[in-house]
Design a protein around this ligand. Structure first.
Ligand code: LIP
Length: 278
């Protein structure tokens, strides 16, 4: 894929992120129409659906041969998504829907573009805070116009670790998450949860935390933030310490390889090799 083509895709990504941000801003302080998806911890609003439709139609108009994976269309069709070598736009219209429903500011629009199964563009927009995070493969990561650099800390004891409860209410999954959180509190400086995978990854990219780990997240939640964090110098892996598989619902991001290694050492759930993933 040529540089001018990628430039055009990047410009379009920013344009649709701004348009999505406007829809989020317009609805943010209003009463939301909320539907339950998998369970009462897994929500969708009319704004999630409106943004996804708008982005899908703009992208298919401009790039008719490109593929599209969106959180809400996948939920509606119930179809499993797969990755091919074709250019693929992967979006989460509102990452942090529970925050959005509660008018909490950590609400983001997340868009990643993969070509030959590599992420080449990542855009995460947090409209309420006017924070536009962008990255292109090999070209660094930016918050608005400022270049991002992840923290250089190597000792987990000095690290602030971001993690989430997630939306699964399966008893075994919850039990493992609690064990992981116990281990993380014991071995780190503290833990945080901002309610959006994309925002969490951008916090690591911006040095506002040193690591992030989560199970039960999807490609649309993390693919853009993962490129932004990696381009800011962070390490992005599977929580076991292996390479990240974007179709496995789990991710570990750390500011340095040393923190990543220490995190995977304390990871309970990742060690259950045959455990069904949620
Ligand atoms: C959210 C993720 C978050 C996770 C939530 C939820 P959504 O995505 O970004 O990290 O803990 O359970 O999956 O549903 O707001 O797009």
């Amino acid at each position: 894929m040529s540089d001018p083509e990628l430039d055009e895709m990047f410009t379009t990504a920013i344009e649709v992120a701004k348009a999505a941000g406007q829809i989020i801003r317009d609805a943010f302080h209003k009463e939301k129409e909320v539907d339950i998806k998998m369970n009462p911890a897994d929500l969708v609003t009319e704004s999630d659906q409106a943004i996804e439709k708008m982005v899908h139609s703009r992208i298919s108009e401009k790039f008719p041969n490109h593929r599209f994976i969106g959180e809400e269309s996948t939920a509606e069709s119930g179809e499993k998504h797969c990755l091919t070598d074709e250019p693929t736009w992967i979006i989460d219209p509102i990452d942090g829907t529970t925050n959005f429903v509660n008018s909490v500011q950590e609400v983001s629009f997340s868009l990643g573009v993969m070509v030959n199964q590599k992420t080449v563009i990542g855009v995460v927009y947090v409209p309420i805070k006017e924070e536009m995070y962008t990255a292109r493969l090999g070209r660094g990561a930016y918050l608005n116009d400022k270049k991002l650099q992840a923290s250089k800390i190597t000792d987990l004891k000095q690290a602030v670790v971001i993690t989430e409860g997630g939306s699964s209410r399966d008893a075994k999954v919850v039990e493992d998450k609690v064990k992981n959180i116990h281990a993380l509190i014991t071995h780190s400086r503290g833990i945080r949860a901002y309610g959006s995978a994309a925002v969490n990854l951008c916090h690591v990219a911006a040095g506002r935390g040193q690591a992030y780990v989560e199970y039960g997240v999807h490609i649309w939640d993390f693919i853009a933030g993962a490129l932004i964090a990696a381009e800011a110098g962070a390490v992005v892996l599977d929580p076991t310490g292996c390479d990240l598989n974007p179709l496995r619902c789990r991710i570990l991001c750390a500011c340095t390889p040393e923190v990543a290694q220490a995190m995977s050492q304390w990871n309970i759930r990742g060690r259950r090799a045959n455990f069904e993933e949620l």
